[in-house]
Design a protein around this ligand. Structure first.
Ligand SMILES: C[S@@+](CC[C@H](N)C(=O)[O-])C[C@H]1O[C@@H](n2cnc3c(N)ncnc32)[C@H](O)[C@@H]1O
Length: 259
């Protein structure tokens, strides 16, 4: 599978890494996520009812870009979406999603493809979402125009990713620090030395320009901070301290509408 530029280095490496993660933990954790009723965002499961970043779901056609084990799409289908198509590049992740989709009989459509060039028909969705999927694993200069292509006019794109500040404070190996660890100039592709994964994190100004150039107007952007009861969440500790996330945002969500 090739990206538009012909570069496949990060696609293959990331697929390999997600195949491993599926065997190590995501296959085991997915049933818990699928069983959850409430839509909630990110590592700390911030309830959608608190942030209100999704449009009305009733009757909508949804594509999830980098759907992983498919739990987010399952929540959207239960929330009223007419059709949910999950796209992912890793067969092992899709196998987990297919198993749980069969168990719950939700009728999600699961497609193995690169979210930067899905091959799905243009203008066939009302909502494109990504929760740590294409939003961090795909080249933004490819996946955001692809999301725009897939959406009907007035369709919305909603995605969640790490905060830019947390990425600027993350060293090449190790956890988030209280000082800047890398320049913002040129921030986008990040090749991690320890995991051999590649992520993408365009900074806010670049992301705003890219969204607008791709035909979106920005409706909202929200940053998540740790709340008083977040201290025992495993996310804090593994990647950053809870004290850090009480002062600076750990995750951020964007909502945009296709003009
Ligand atoms: C954190 S998971 C996805 C999120 C989902 N909410 C979950 O936690 O199961 C990241 C997913 O992105 C997928 N992915 C990475 N690169 C991709 C690409 N180029 N196209 C589509 N999916 C990709 C991985 O295979 C993995 O399943």
């Amino acid at each position: 599978m090739r990206s538009h530029s012909g570069l496949t280095d990060y696609l293959d490496k990331n697929r390999e890494s997600w195949t491993k993660s599926n065997a190590e933990y995501t296959d085991e954790r997915a049933p818990v996520a699928w069983a959850r009723d409430e839509i909630a965002w990110g590592m700390c499961k911030v309830p959608e009812s608190e942030v209100r970043m999704l449009p009305e779901l009733e009757g909508k056609d949804v594509v999830e870009l980098g759907c992983g084990t498919g739990y987010f799409g399952a929540w959207l289908k239960r929330g009223g979406a007419r059709r949910v198509v999950g796209v992912d590049i890793t067969p092992a992740q899709l196998e987990t999603a297919r198993r749980l989709n069969a168990k719950y009989g939700l009728g999600l459509e699961l497609v193995e493809a690169n979210a930067e060039a899905t091959g799905l028909p243009a203008a066939s969705f009302d909502l494109a979402i990504s929760e740590y999927g294409a939003s961090i694993w795909c080249d933004p200069y490819k996946w955001i125009p692809e999301a725009a292509r897939l959406l009907r006019p007035e369709g919305e794109l909603v995605f969640l990713r790490n905060s830019t500040l947390s990425m600027l404070c993350t060293p090449d190996t190790g956890t988030v620090q209280e000082s800047l660890q890398r320049p913002q100039l040129g921030l986008n592709r990040m090749d991690w030395a320890d995991t051999h994964e590649t992520e993408f994190q365009p900074a806010h100004g670049d992301l705003i320009r890219l969204l607008r150039k791709s035909g979106f107007e920005i409706l909202d952007m929200v940053e998540f901070f740790a709340s008083a009861d977040s201290k025992n969440h495993p996310f804090y500790g593994e990647y950053m301290t809870v004290e850090w996330a009480q002062k600076w945002p750990s995750e951020e969500m964007w909502r945009a509408r296709k003009r």
